[in-house]
Design a protein around this ligand. Structure first.
Ligand SMILES: CC(C)(COP(=O)(O)OP(=O)(O)OC[C@H]1O[C@@H](n2cnc3c(N)ncnc32)[C@H](O)[C@@H]1OP(=O)(O)O)[C@@H](O)C(=O)NCCC(=O)NCCS
Length: 190
């Protein structure tokens, strides 16, 4: 199986991870604003372990969360891409799209631009029929990306994340979905 291509957009290169990305990735994972909607910021060893798991995903499945680099400056700004959601939920297993960018890279449209390329690859390169995205209910920035990508939210799909304990403030989550047919019919898929 292919271990996944590089993807290029107007302003971004989505590429496999390099060891040189690990310092900057650890910095963004330690930033409490970036990690506001996660249980806690990640210490260095967990940040590195996440890179290792992402690289394993590329090797095993041919897709994963690509490292995102700005074409003009070559700066590493975070990740976007595809993952396999396998935790216990009514919609899993499912291919998900996700994103995490350093704070200084917010507000430029990079997450939407990169996710669009990743989703096109998922539908056309991998042959996925549906892509989902999920986030804690109050992560409005992430939900806005999902909406910009043409994904739809049915409140009947809302769920309690099984990896968080009952009563945890991040447990209640929203699910967004888009099918290949709907993607093809949208501006993004054309
Ligand atoms: C979620 C996250 C990736 C969203 O980043 P973002 O920059 O808000 O999203 P986009 O890339 O779609 O950018 C959209 C913004 O860029 C602006 N923008 C500026 N130039 C733009 C351009 N050329 N094209 C498109 N949008 C542009 C848009 O107007 C919009 O601004 P707004 O937020 O004021 O409405 C970011 O907040 C993040 O990394 N959060 C932490 C990690 C996280 O929560 N991940 C999700 C877990 S489920």
């Amino acid at each position: 199986m292919s271990s996944g291509p590089e993807l290029r957009t107007g302003r971004l290169l989505l590429r496999r991870w390099r060891n040189a990305d690990r310092d900057a990735f650890a910095d963004l994972n330690a930033d409490s604003e970036v990690m506001e909607h996660f249980p806690e910021p990640l210490p260095r060893d967990e940040s590195d372990a996440l890179v290792d798991r992402i690289e394993d995903s590329f090797e095993q499945r041919g897709y994963g969360f690509w490292a995102v680099e700005l074409v003009d400056s070559l700066e590493f700004i975070g990740f976007t891409g595809l993952g396999l959601a396998e935790f216990e939920a009514h919609f899993t297993p499912a291919v998900e799209v996700g994103w995490r960018l350093k704070r200084s890279a917010w507000g430029h449209g990079y997450a939407t631009e990169g996710a669009r390329a990743a989703m096109t690859y998922g539908f056309e390169g991998v042959g996925v029929r549906q892509i989902v995205a999920y986030t804690p209910t109050n992560n409005l920035r992430s939900r806005a990306v999902m909406e910009r990508l043409g994904m739809s939210h049915d409140p009947a799909d809302d769920f309690d994340h099984s990896r968080l304990p009952p009563g945890h403030p991040l447990r209640r989550s929203v699910l967004y979905r888009i099918s290949w047919d709907r993607w093809r019919a949208s501006t993004f898929g054309r």
